[in-house]
Design a protein around this ligand. Structure first.
Ligand code: NAD
Length: 247
């Protein structure tokens, strides 16, 4: 049995499957991950630009990076990897996606059960008075947007280093990881905690880990049961094709 057939069997036999996705899923939509040699993060060191203390110190500087990131996410379209995950949900073979991505592309591809572990870049909030703004309330122009209540510079509602994961997302993900028979781990280096703990929780209860990535990760030789190497835009549709074949 090849690895696609093995992965398909795991999904067919599982009563509840979840997916953990990372930046690699959106690379084929034109949004670089942290590790691409020519990506955004070569220019903006995440430790320097994506830490909450850096935002507090100099929000205008951080907004230069945010404008560039927004330019990419606003024009990005879901790719075959996002569409395949939405199809798996429609087929009744995927319960939910826990994503570390902030780009809204899973939802735009049609996935309904999406837990945003690190927030969503389309929303804004004020770190001083707590005011929250939906995308309809605020069109971001060329200057950092300011809070309508207290005039401070707003922050996108994404989790910076040094901030805590939204409580509901954390609770719901852990509940799912403690119930799932299988987890698809796609396009993530699986090093950012606590998202990285999800496959370990599934595995520790006897569940299966199917990993899809261009490269091996810390999981591959430790807890991964089936490894599908390649771009997510190829491996995920490949798995859907396999599942559509008659056994
Ligand atoms: P990461 O950059 O640490 O790892 C990306 C992983 O994806 C790597 O293992 C890489 O080998 C793999 N990869 C790259 N291209 C791929 C492809 N086409 N197909 C399959 N795999 C591919 O990203 P991470 O693990 O998600 O964690 C880092 C943080 O990056 C997260 O907190 C996330 O919020 C943030 N981030 C998000 C976006 C986004 O929303 N699109 C973009 C950049 C960073």
């Amino acid at each position: 049995m090849d690895n696609y057939a093995k992965a398909a069997k795991i999904l067919r036999d599982s009563s509840l499957t979840i997916a953990l996705t990372g930046a690699g899923v959106s690379v084929e939509s034109g949004i670089p991950d942290f590790r691409s040699p020519t990506g955004l993060w070569e220019k903006y060191n995440p430790a320097e630009y994506a830490h909450i203390d850096a935002f507090r110190r100099d929000p205008r500087k951080i907004w230069n990076m945010i404008f560039e990131l927004m330019g990419m996410t606003n024009s990005a379209q879901p790719n075959p990897a996002h569409l395949a995950l939405a199809e798996l949900e429609d087929m009744g073979l995927l319960h939910s996606i826990i994503t570390q991505n902030i780009d809204n592309l899973h939802q735009r591809a049609g996935s309904k059960n999406v837990i945003e572990f690190h927030g969503n870049a389309e929303y804004l909030h004020c770190i001083y008075c707590g005011a929250q703004y939906s995308p309809e309330e605020f069109v971001v122009g060329t200057e950092p947007p300011v809070c309508k209540s207290c005039n401070e510079i707003l922050k996108p509602s994404v989790i910076f280093f040094g901030e805590t994961i939204p409580y509901d997302a954390l609770l719901e993900s852990q509940k799912l990881a403690n119930t799932a028979d299988a987890v698809l781990v796609v396009g993530t280096s699986a090093v950012v905690y606590p998202a990285s703990s999800i496959p370990h929780i599934v595995k520790s209860r006897g569940g299966s880990v199917i990993e899809m990535n261009l490269e091996q990760t810390v999981l591959t030789s430790s807890i991964t049961d089936v490894y599908l190497q390649g771009s997510a835009g190829e491996t995920l549709p490949g798995l859907v094709d396999q599942l559509k074949k008659r056994e």
